[in-house]
Structure formats: C-alpha cells, structure tokens
Design a protein around this ligand. Structure first.
Ligand SMILES: Nc1nc2c(ncn2[C@@H]2O[C@H](COP(=O)(O)OP(=O)(O)O[C@H]3O[C@H](CO)[C@@H](O)[C@H](O)[C@@H]3O)[C@@H](O)[C@H]2O)c(=O)[nH]1
Ligand SMILES: [Mg+2]
Length: 198
C-alpha cells in the first residue's frame, strides 16, 4: 500500500484477448505536491522463463519463433531466439515452466531452480516474469517439442554452446531480454566461476 498514490478511475480500453486499461490516479510527488496522472496499462498476465543447460556439454536449448511485435518494430525476419517461456495461466510458475518445457522443447525436467523474478516492462505492462534454470540430459527428451499446433505455435529448437549463445547476444542475433538475462546469469553463476557473494 502506497500512501502517496490513490487510484481514482480504471477504464478498459480493450479486452479483446488481453486487457488494455487507462488508469487515473493522484500522486504525491517527493516535493509534496499532489498531481493527477493518467497511464495506459497492458495486462498480459505473468510469465515464466527457463534456461535449459547441459552440465557436461556446456550447451543450452533455445527456441526460435516468429514474434509479430518485434517484426513490426524493425526486426528483419521477426524470428526471435529465446529461452523456453510461457504465460502462467493454470498452476504456479514452477508447474507452468515444466509444462512449457515439455510443450516447447520436449524435455521433461523435474528439478527447476528459481533464480529471480522481474517485471518485464514496468512502465507499460503489468507482467512479472519468474526466471528458472534447469540442467538437461539426453534421456529427458520425451517429445519433439515445437509448441502446440492448436495455439498456432511453430517453434524451432536450437542447441548451441554457451559460448556461441553469448557470442550471439553481442552480435545482436539474440535480442530477447529474458534470454539475455538468463544467459548472463549462467555466465556469472553457473559457468564454473568462483562462487559469487550475491
Ligand atoms: N488469439 C490470440 N492468441 C494469442 C494472442 N497472444 C497470444 N496468444 C496465444 O497464447 C499463446 C502464448 O504462448 P506462451 O508460450 O504461453 O507464451 P509466449 O507467447 O511464449 O510468451 C512468453 O514470452 C513472452 C515474451 O517474452 C512473455 O511476455 C510471456 O509472458 C511469456 O513468457 C500463443 O501461442 C497464442 O496461442 C492473441 O493476441 N490472440
Ligand atoms: Mg512460449
């Protein structure tokens, strides 16, 4: 509860699939002055993302799929390389990401480890992402993956070395923020670095 903020009005501008709202509120500034503010807020639910890494081969499993918002905003092909991720609709973040791992990559992972939570675009979108890592081995591959046809998902899978993946970040070939975050987490905490204090 924030005593400096009072939500006064919430209008729904669109609720076709997700919900776009216009929120009007009074806000007491740090200098004490109270002003009226209006902001549009996109409600898209919350999400979970998972980096699948192989402890012996030092490889990661990534997905590649067409993302129309990125395409509209200058990405040449619109095919983005990402970690496995999905929206949390049923169940908790951990259950969701295990289900998404199976649907998108075909790997059945039991031990996922939560690394952090973060708002993906807090000035505009309510979405909070839950970030996980899990190690994979060949015997965990149960299905082809590739996403759900009935949800019009068409996901290609990539298995690349962690060095190659980091190179792709700096070459601009990986441009998805949740993926960059998890790869950097791997590089900092999991790639045989001396134990960090944080
Ligand atoms: N009809 C319709 N269906 C939609 C729409 N938007 C999404 N969907 C359906 O919802 C599914 C969402 O698939 P998920 O795997 O759960 O989510 P995602 O698209 O991979 O999104 C993940 O990454 C996003 C970008 O980082 C995150 O924003 C999101 O929370 C999640 O982590 C899509 O395949 C599609 O079937 C829409 O506007 N209209
Ligand atoms: Mg997905």
């Amino acid at each position: 509860m924030n005593k400096r903020v009072k939500i006064l009005k919430t209008e729904i501008l669109s609720d076709a699939y997700y919900t776009l709202k216009k929120v009007s509120f009074s806000y007491r500034r740090s200098d004490g002055k109270v002003e009226m503010v209006s902001r549009e807020v996109f409600e898209r639910g919350n999400g979970a993302a998972l980096l699948l890494y192989h402890e012996v081969k030092n490889t990661v499993i990534l997905t590649k799929q067409f993302r129309v918002p990125a395409y509209l905003n200058g990405h040449e092909s619109g095919f983005l390389i990402e970690v496995c991720a999905g929206m949390i609709d049923e169940g908790n973040p951990e259950e969701t990401i295990k289900r998404e791992a199976m649907e998108e990559t075909g790997y059945q992972v039991s031990n996922v480890r939560k690394v952090f939570e973060a708002y993906s675009s807090p000035g505009a979108v309510t979405e909070k992402m839950h970030f996980f890592v899990a190690s994979y081995e060949e015997h965990m591959k149960m299905e082809d993956g590739g996403g759900k046809d009935d949800e019009q998902e068409d996901i290609e899978l990539l298995e690349v070395s962690i060095d190659e993946a980091m190179g792709m970040v700096y070459a601009g070939e990986i441009q998805d923020v949740k993926t960059i975050l998890l790869l950097q987490h791997y590089a900092l905490k999991l790639a045989g670095s001396p134990s960090p204090k944080w």
